[in-house]
Design a protein around this ligand. Structure first.
Ligand code: FE2
Length: 378
């Protein structure tokens, strides 16, 4: 078992006046899937998450089956409907497996709802309380890109394993050391990036941290534009991608075509020891992208003098390295985690750098295009 080491996180004080939507962290990510039991198994045995709660027929839930799993501070929920008329079934029919909810911990769900909806956020549900023997769970929710919701969660008076309707369902797990959500990336349609950047700025009080354009991120075929949005205290980073014109179908277009619209592209999960984490995930059968070997020939020259991890191990595991003025980061990208070429996972370890691996984009996109080509989608 890999020990979970929480990577260093810094929170920055709000520089602009007042943060009208203070967010304490990502509460959970909720995937709607076709088969919750099997998805649970993937997160459990594949990614080393610990099952902690369950809702389904045995707990009196006749609508859907749902499992909650945790690794470090990361909480993931996978749910599937028992019948075709449930909302989850329709979502799955259209999108395949995908993220429906990016839930955010707040102190006051009423205030979060008022602040965001008064600035133009579209309500999904007004503040509500759910109760059971474990206490009171308070939530409210607004819509973001595609069919994704931001649910605001206050669990200060709730002591249960997840939410009313769920029962504890603990199983032993072999942790891979995944510790926290580093960032969550959304893909939106061509021409819509700035709309959603403005949404996060105006409705949720986020600011733009970084900007990548097709000069930074383009290969012969693929290009994308990306803007990184960050909340007031710097805990939440939500980059937004849109496709840019390329010769052939870009990876973002492939996503939009298969997801049938905008949605969550990848979850970046941090670890305090990427060598141990990736070693274990590979043993568990998780598949990662591999860039051409030439990348590793050039690596010592690019980053060799500052990287503490052994370069031969980095090469063997297919880990990517990028450096900037503040330090460096190590990252790896999984293959899609469901049948459709849509969502995937990034594992990241930061050593000072607050970037997103810009120096790796070209090598990475070439690797992605090779995969797209194999799928007949280039
Ligand atoms: Fe990322």
């Amino acid at each position: 078992m890999v020990q979970v080491k929480q990577p260093q996180t810094e929170t920055r004080p709000m520089t602009e006046e007042g943060d009208f939507l203070p967010i304490q962290g990502i509460d959970h990510l909720h995937f709607y899937v076709g088969n919750a039991k099997q998805a649970m198994h993937y997160w459990w045995k594949g990614l080393g998450f610990k099952p902690v709660a369950y809702s389904g027929l045995e707990t009196g839930n006749r609508e859907f089956a749902s499992y909650v799993l945790e690794s470090g501070k990361i909480r993931v929920v996978v749910s599937a409907a028992y019948g075709p008329s449930h909302e989850m079934a329709g979502h799955h029919l259209a999108h395949g497996d995908g993220v429906k909810v990016v839930a955010l911990q707040v102190e006051n769900v009423e205030k979060a709802f008022k602040e965001t909806t008064s600035r133009g956020g579209q309500a999904a549900w007004a503040p509500r309380e759910e109760k059971d023997e474990f206490g009171i769970l308070r939530t409210s929710a607004i819509h973001t890109y595609g069919e994704v919701l931001h649910v605001f969660v206050d669990r200060s008076e709730y002591k249960g394993p997840f939410a009313p309707g769920y029962q504890p369902h603990e199983r032993e797990a072999n942790s891979a050391g995944l510790a926290a959500v580093d960032h969550i990336v959304g893909n939106v349609q061509l021409g819509k990036m700035n709309h959603w950047v403005n949404f996060y700025h105006k409705v949720m009080g986020f600011r733009q941290l970084q900007h990548f354009d097709d000069q930074d991120i383009s290969t012969e075929y693929s290009a994308l534009m990306s803007k990184v949005m960050e909340n007031g205290n710097g805990r939440i980073k939500l980059p937004i991608n849109e496709p840019a014109d390329g010769k052939r179908r870009s990876q973002i277009e492939e996503y939009l075509d298969y997801y049938l619209g905008p949605g969550v592209q990848h979850l970046a999960l941090s670890t305090g020891d990427i060598i141990e984490t990736i070693t274990q995930l590979k043993e568990n059968g998780i598949e990662f992208l591999r860039v051409p070997d030439e990348y590793y020939t050039m690596l010592p020259e690019r980053v060799g003098d500052i990287v503490k991890e052994p370069l031969d191990k980095i090469n063997e595991l297919g880990i990517l390295v990028d450096r900037d003025d503040e330090g460096y980061l190590l990252q790896v990208f999984s293959r899609p985690i469901q049948d459709r070429p849509t969502s995937f996972i990034e594992v990241i370890q930061r050593r000072g750098s607050r970037g997103f691996g810009k120096g790796n984009f070209k090598a990475l996109f070439e690797a992605l295009e090779a995969e797209q080509d194999r799928r007949g989608n280039l």
